[in-house]
Write a protein that binds this ligand. Sequence first.
Ligand code: CA
Length: 235
Amino acid sequence: MNTKLSILVIEDEKNICDFIATALTSQGYKVYKSYSGKDGISQITSRCPEILLLDLGLPDLDGMDIIRKVRSWSDMPIIVISARTQENDKVTALDLGADDYITKPFGTSELLARIRTAVRHLSNIKGSDSKDSHIYSAGGLVIDFDRRRISVEHREIHLTQVEYKIVSLLAKNCGKVITYDTIISQVWGPYADDNNRILRVNMANIRRKLENNPAQPQYIFTEIGIGYRMRDADS
Ligand code: CA
């Protein structure tokens, strides 16, 4: 194995911080811990971690300011840790440039899945894996971005232009939640009405075409009040 991938955890609740550190260390990651925002920022600059796990509710600094600050100079994946009561904060954090979020309380497998997605995103940033960007494949769903073709269990699916834009945006960011506003501005442009209705209508049509049972989707999941998350690609 190469040099260990390094992750900084900024979380003021010591038991949660230690739980995360133990889980990640056992998987072979190098973990740095910080219990406050100011110390966290200084560790980001001194230790140069590759991934940041950031609690939004810190005693000394607002987690949002940390995201803003980091995003002014770095593309490092940021995974926000938030409480269940902070739905609006999640949307704000994602729109500020956080990559993903995990809601307390969470288990080890969920945490590790988020980290794997971030690691994949990291290799996309570095451009070290150009091969995997042209085909998305998960379960029976295959998207060929070069040919703009989609199939489910070898059956070709016909999407409208708008439906294809939505699906390919989600697939290129698979495993990550994409907010309603991000989808709307990417698909309809920055001056689009920020009403979600047209997006919901399109998503209902997409699901009817892609999913065996649109009420229990296997490919595109709803993150209520936040956005959509496409199933992680098969590795
Ligand atoms: Ca906290």
